[in-house]
Design a protein. Structure first.
Length: 467
């Protein structure tokens, strides 16, 4: 079974797997505990009563399929935020290829405190170039309130024909009002890997997503960096990387470790454990590595960071990662309908679940010290898995949740909820300040430069040790 490693955004944008629904549910039935048949029949009888009553007595006539689809959608919404019922409209729109290309504005979203929230814009996408940042709130899409939207519904609303425009009504922490941002949809071509030499012998590689060629592109980038001279150190930048394909997470890890566990997944049955091991013969163990992470480092990116950390192969530098430790699969239900369901949790080589927790860096380094963010006076409002509505609880501990309130935002939404375009609840362009897109330029990037210093210090201490 090929799986997506619980990426809340990548899985919502790319359909990676279609299973035979009969087989899938038969397998689930075998693994499920024996249910009390009387309770099952009582529940089905209650559902049937409500369905019939609504059909006969609701003020307007309602189609049976609309009611049933709504009931299924509601059932899935009682689960974690990454499990969704895909109606025909949504499922058809999600049937796109997995080549790293798709239409839209290039943005990943989650539901935080019942508000559609930006988790990360994709690098070089329309959203990225417009200066949209993680933590920004999406109040409306084309004038339609996003309250009550599921993730898949939001994705469908933001996608459309290439070249068409979509109006995003946004709110950012520190703004006194909302702002309309018009974006032009385009085919998103993800440039997974970018590399350059920071200083003589020290390389920088940024991985934007785990596409199907991620490991191959990183290997090529490393080879290119070594053409002038042998690498003395490498900065691997996984900041704002939303993840992607699990197989690529294993392959990327195998470029630096060639033995042991990379990640394991465990579903409902704890005895059914699947373990992914590093592939031998690919690793460059002679190059010191610093991995950059932040609150938008998620899914497959967290797998790699955790694997290199647990194997003591790299220093992890930055901020605690997103904390997405679950696996989803897409099931084709037939009749143009589908089901995106969380089926397993994944664990680090040391057997630790990072669900809610994220990968804790070896060295914390605040990205607000970055020249770019400081210059733009950007107020980031980091959103992680633990902030999302209905997220899976980490069963390994009862860690306290971080308190977060959006009452200020909710207060601002009430008076303007029904106002027309141009109302005083919207900001003019001149009131916006500097909406500069984030740029990962290693020579001007505070965190990247600090990583370079750690790599240099490694060389110094290595010489001292041999003297």
């Amino acid at each position: 079974m090929n799986l997506l490693p619980g990426n809340p955004w990548f899985a919502a944008l790319i359909v990676a797997l279609s299973l035979n629904p009969t087989h899938a549910f038969a397998e689930a039935a075998v693994k499920s505990p024996v249910l009390n048949q009387n309770d099952r029949y009582k529940n089905l009888e209650l559902f049937q009563k409500v369905l019939q009553f609504v059909e006969k007595n609701y003020v307007d006539e309602v189609a049976n399929d609309a009611l049933v689809n709504g009931a299924i959608k509601g059932m899935l919404e009682t689960l974690d935020p990454h499990s969704n019922f895909l109606t025909p409209e949504i499922f058809r729109d999600m049937k796109i290829d997995t080549s790293g290309k798709f239409g839209g504005i290039g943005i990943e979203v989650g539901i935080k405190d019942d508000i559609l929230t930006v988790l990360a814009p994709m690098e070089d996408s329309p959203a990225w170039k417009a200066g949209i940042l993680p933590g920004d709130k999406i109040v409306k899409i084309n004038g339609e309130s996003t309250r009550g939207f599921t993730l898949t519904e939001a994705v469908v609303k933001m996608r459309g024909p290439n070249g068409s425009a979509v109006i995003m009504t946004m709110y950012r922490k520190g703004w006194p009002k909302f702002k309309n941002i018009t974006l032009k949809r385009q085919e998103i071509k993800i440039r997974s890997v970018r590399s350059e030499e920071m200083e003589s012998g020290y390389g920088y590689i940024r991985l934007a997503s785990f596409s199907e060629t991620a490991a191959k592109e990183i290997k090529a980038a490393m080879d290119k960096l070594e053409k002038p001279r042998k690498l003395k150190g490498l900065v691997l930048d996984l900041r704002m990387n939303p993840g992607g394909l699990l197989d690529q997470a294993v392959d990327v890890s195998s470029l630096f470790i060639d033995d042991g566990v990379v990640v394991s997944t465990i579903g409902r049955d704890p005895t059914q454990k699947e373990v992914r091991y590093a592939k031998k013969g690919m690793a460059r163990k002679d190059i010191p590595v610093v991995v950059l992470v932040n609150s938008s480092t998620a899914s497959a990116a967290e797998i790699v960071a955790a694997a290199l950390q647990d194997h003591h192969r790299a220093m992890i530098l930055g901020d605690t990662t997103f904390g997405k430790g679950s696996v989803q699969t897409i099931i084709d239900l037939g009749q143009d309908m589908g089901l995106k369901l969380t089926i397993a949790r994944y664990f680090t080589p040391n057997g630790v679940s990072i669900q809610e927790k994220g990968v804790v860096p070896d060295v914390f380094l605040d990205e607000y010290d970055s020249k770019l963010l400081d210059k733009a006076k950007i107020k980031r409002d980091a959103t992680r898995e633990k902030d999302l509505r209905g997220h899976l609880v980490n069963t390994q501990s009862a860690a306290a949740r971080d308190a977060f309130t959006v009452q200020e935002f909710k207060d601002k939404t009430k008076p303007g909820a029904n106002k027309k375009e141009g109302s005083t609840d919207l900001l003019d362009d001149e009131d916006m300040g500097d909406m500069m897109p984030i740029q990962f330029n290693p020579k001007d990037d505070y965190q990247a430069q600090q990583a370079l210093k750690y790599l240099k210090s490694f060389e110094v201490f290595k010489k001292i040790q041999h003297e």
